[in-house]
Design a binder for this molecule. Sequence first.
Ligand code: SF4
Length: 296
Amino acid sequence: MHYTGPVFRPPPEADTPLLEITYGCSWNRCSFCTMYDGQKFGISPLEHIEEDLQELSRYYPKNLKRIFLVNGDAFALQAHRLLEIADLIHEYFPQIECITCYASIRNIKPKKLDDLKKLRKAGYNNFYMGIETAYDAALKQMRKGYTQSDEFEQLKKLEDAKITYNAIIMLGVAGKGNHQENAEQTIKLLNRFKPSMVLPMSTSVQNNTPLKEMLENGEFIIPTEREMLEEELMILENLQMDDDCLYFSGHIYNISRISQYFKYQEDIIEKLKKRIEEIDRSHPGLLDTVLSRGNL
Ligand code: SF4
């Protein structure tokens, strides 16, 4: 397989074959991110993609239903290129139903609704979107390259094209003291554009990032573990998701990890409250600190 530099996929896609169509991230500027440090963005040649599909077809059944395209924002490619790639995928796996990948609001913006509809017809669906937040101040500080109004506009286009998405959100991303405003804005966005999955991730400040500099010069104050968990509780108590929307907090940065459908929302909330009580009992004071987390 042609895997260039670091390769990431969301935890729920552990059993899905990974096909490289890009490497690095076309943006690579988010304040907190170290995922593709030192890796330039690039587009995989079609010959490599075809060779990889040939290889995958030796290990996966012909009736494979799902494939994940790497890397950081594979949906950055232009629609015509993505359609060519879909044709190739269907040649080797004719029963593919879902071509998924990481996608950002920025990747959707230049695509017309018509293009999105064609991409949906070709199998593109169920994107993992690092929304992080819908709170403008935090979006700006995290250098996401879009605003809340972009999120509303672009998610509306996805909705019109009948493309579903999974929302990755960052707990604590707005910094100490701002969790309520942050949660409120994110809840508003997710309740309007209901994702198929909600994947929270605790904010972590990595070395050699703009966020680390902000932390050192006082522009960003990291909330404690308790504040992040309180934000998570607030989000959980106010989200109005469909019953079959999955809450997946299994990210390695989270100290509470739950995977359960929103049909059991009350149960998820109870589990999180119990987890907070357990930690307070077994490690008094721990939640009032900030744990250090390694680079991804
Ligand atoms: S968070 Fe995602 S979009 Fe931002 S730099 Fe990292 S990989 Fe790229």
